[in-house]
Write a protein that binds this ligand. Structure first.
Ligand code: ADP
Ligand code: ADP
Ligand code: ZN
Length: 214
């Protein structure tokens, strides 16, 4: 099964993508996590991505598309995957569609996690991230077992630089401008599924499973 997660920054794409990956035994591919791992490791890709990310802007398509297409060509992707944070622009979506078509494949579902802008700022301010394993928490809605520490790898949790309120506003504007048109794009492909992302996170997951199948 090949799934795309759509939705604003902070809508809960990552949270749901991890649950989907576990249940359906497919890899969770987050372009944001790949970029952050590269920044942490000091790679050339990381250096290219960092300035854009810090400013809340999108990393250019020429960097992002190649990276993602390489990733989905790896052996663990044969049974499918869940994409989280890609595509984010129409050219990214078109490249993905074309690359899959060449292999006689297509995406199965694009799941739009729908959350209004008002709720996003609260969610982002409370988000805490583990930069080691990619886990995310929320100080109120999804707290870790021990405050400030990752449940799975005991790394100290951080508030991402780009989750500060002024950057969140900018990311939301870019989302509406460049990413939201993908909802229409996948609707036209006939694979769009919309879920109400304001519900409690296990409820949102139930709604997704109801469509994807148990
Ligand atoms: P969130 O989960 O809050 O939406 P991500 O971790 O997906 O954030 O992305 C963090 C940042 O990484 C983005 O603001 C952007 O700078 C960069 N990024 C991630 N995926 C893409 C992409 N597909 N295209 C361009 N930039 C991306
Ligand atoms: P995205 O990947 O779309 O940027 P995340 O999955 O990282 O979003 O979620 C953003 C923040 O909101 C995190 O702190 C997460 O724990 C929290 N969160 C996710 N889903 C819900 C939900 N349904 N209700 C409340 N908070 C949520
Ligand atoms: Zn961790």
């Amino acid at each position: 099964m090949k799934i795309i997660m759509l939705g604003a920054p902070g809508a809960g794409k990552g949270t749901q993508a991890k649950k989907i990956a576990k249940k359906y035994e497919i890899p969770h591919i987050s372009t944001g996590d790949i970029f952050r791992a590269n920044i942490k490791g000091g790679t050339e890709l990381g250096m290219k991505a960092k300035s854009y990310m810090d400013q809340g802007q999108l990393v250019p398509d020429d960097v992002t598309i190649g990276m993602l297409l390489d990733r989905i060509s790896e052996a663990d992707c044969e049974k499918g995957y869940v994409l989280d944070g890609f595509p984010r622009t129409i050219p990214q979506a078109e490249s993905l569609t074309a690359a899959l078509k060449e292999r006689g494949e297509k995406m199965d579902y694009a799941v739009d996690v729908d959350v209004p802008d008002e709720s996003i700022v609260t969610r982002m301010g409370g988000r805490r991230a583990c930069l080691k394993c990619g886990a995310t928490y929320h100080v109120v809605f999804n707290p870790p077992k021990a405050e400030g520490v990752c449940d799975s790898c005991q790394e100290a949790l951080v508030l991402r630089d780009d989750d500060k309120p002024e950057t969140v506003q900018k990311r939301l504007t870019i989302y509406h401008d460049q990413t939201q048109p993908l909802i229409e794009y996948y609707k036209e492909q006939g694979i769009l599924v919309t879920v109400d992302g304001t519900k409690e996170l296990n409820e949102v997951f139930k709604d997704i499973v109801a469509v994807l199948g148990a």
